[in-house]
Design a protein around this ligand. Structure first.
Ligand SMILES: [Zn+2]
Ligand SMILES: [Zn+2]
Length: 149
């Protein structure tokens, strides 16, 4: 009578798989809706609770790690290393190839998709011997909208 047990196990795995996928999709849809800015893990957790799908922090991290590995989400490592933030990668932007600058007032992220990126990369590499990792770097500033208020 081995077969029914195996089937049961497969059914449980399929269920938990479905659950995991649903949670991941919710996280991704939240990140897509907030793609203008970076979000923290606690914001994601709050959103999941609002959606009636509460998950613990380690599950969120696991899902985020998977989304980062899939190239769907970009992770920004904060100064002190304790609070990384995440942002949805828009397929139309080549976000791995340029830096981003974030407004410290409204949190909006601007893509630095201009020619000067190549000069920075070249300079940093040739003069300082460092290969720039756009991936985990973010610059801070104040955007036009926030400056005028
Ligand atoms: Zn970008
Ligand atoms: Zn702003």
């Amino acid at each position: 009578m081995e077969t029914p047990i195996k089937m049961e196990a497969a059914a449980i795995m399929a269920r938990s798989d479905g659950y995991r996928t649903k949670g991941r999709q919710l996280i991704l849809s939240y990140l897509e809706a907030t793609k203008e800015r970076t979000v923290s893990v606690s914001e994601i957790q709050e959103f999941m609770e609002q959606q009636g799908n509460p998950v613990n922090v380690s599950t969120i991290y696991r899902n985020l790690d998977a989304l980062v590995a899939q190239g769907k989400v970009m992770k920004f490592v904060a100064d002190k290393g304790d609070k990384s933030t995440y942002r949805y990668i828009e397929p139309e932007h080549d976000c791995h190839k340029h830096l981003h600058i974030q407004c410290v007032k409204c949190g909006k992220v601007i893509h630095l998709e201009c020619d000067f990126m190549r000069s920075i990369e070249k300079h940093v590499l040739e003069e300082h011997g460092i290969s720039l990792l756009c991936e985990n770097s973010i610059l801070y500033g104040v955007c036009q909208g926030c400056k005028s208020t």
